[in-house]
Design a protein around this ligand. Sequence first.
Ligand code: NAD
Length: 440
Amino acid sequence: MKKFSVVIAGGGSTFTPGIVLMLLANRQRFPLRALKFYDNDAERQQVIAEACKIILKEQAPEIEFSYSTDPQTAFSDVDFVMAHIRVGKYPMREKDEKIPLRHCVLGQETCGPGGIAYGMRSIGGVLELVDYMEKYSPEAWMLNYSNPAAIVAEATRRLRPQAKILNICDMPIGIEGRMAKIVGLEDRKQMRVRYYGLNHFGWWTSIEDLQGNDLMPKLREYVAKYGYVPPSADNHTEASWNDTFAKAKAVQALDPDTMPNTYLKYYLFPDYVVKHANPDYTRANEVMDHREKQVFNSCRAITAAGNSSAGELEIDEHASYIVDLATAIAFNTQERMLLIVPNNGAIHNFDDEAMVEIPCLVGHNGPEPLTVGDIPQFQKGLMSQQVAVEKLVVDAWEQHSYQRLWQAITLSKTVPSASVAKAILDDLIEANKEYWPELH
Ligand code: NAD
């Protein structure tokens, strides 16, 4: 069986150890010959990489492991680039969340003005990764799950149209896992779904088991009462996420025929979100105080002891969708997966050039999108507005245009007026000087 060489871009990410453990657990179906890390922050990456080196030595000494901040070293001789970078890291995410809140607008990683600010930082970083891949391993594929995926996907569609990049998100996968629990199935792969939308902005229209039994009536009844909080308590879910899963009940009430993506709460109930936010302590603070500390402390402990049992790193099994995607390309499995792809007529009554999230069959030539057909006015209206925001952000980045970015923030459904949009934009420009192109 062929063995693959993979580079993880964003080697210093809090998600890297969990992904490495997941790759090791899945190596029967996706065998590795080499694993490399790449990051532009040498110090941060080293902490994660030294611990992963020990894990790899214990579990799979045959896999050649290295890490580097040099693009040529990292991107040469690879078959896949798994990209999860966060340009500006958590301190900039904190600003994305807190600046809009100062103006009574929600602050969120990928939605609203915060997501727009993050998009303006991420476009250049992801394009750079694409260019390194094309220069040093032109046959490779990039599996990108760096956020904000919608804006990044629009940028790569427009600015690197020939690139072998697949943009994928784990949120629908996480929600489907919950749906499976709700209807009493062991695994989301025991369901076949129809879904359409934009990234972090979509709806399930049909959910069946593999025998073709309709699971929507049971889900509808349950979600109307409890949202996506499954019957058996899950101690792993943090309070802020639990609230999001419970709020799906209110989101679903707007269109009971479908099941919503949880992120729609930010667009449909922004007043609720602002009211329940703490402007001095946001999700970025939660992650920095808990997840980031836990992962980095564990890595340091493992390296100091020279033994993986000294730390508590958890396998990110739900990230095995990345292996599903890699094996679909490598072994032409034709697996059906939700990907962010150019619409190209899949949704009949929607912009052909929009990047939409829809089911695709994935094989060695990449994704083959499935037809969605016509979508209803409510969804079409919301999606048209949001896709315009995403396109205007890429316009602004490309043209260094203040005007386009002001329009983008004004058009976001989370922002009440052009004057509020301008005030937020001016604060965001100040905070993002190091990362954004200079706007005129
Ligand atoms: P993190 O800050 O822990 O890690 C990101 C790493 O990227 C850092 O080590 C940083 O130094 C590095 N980096 C930043 N800019 C870079 C550049 N230009 N080139 C190379 N490396 C760079 O962040 P995290 O919480 O682990 O998240 C990583 C990314 O993955 C985020 O974009 C996050 O939103 C995304 N994510 C996506 C999904 C999904 O399925 N779509 C799920 C979880 C996280």
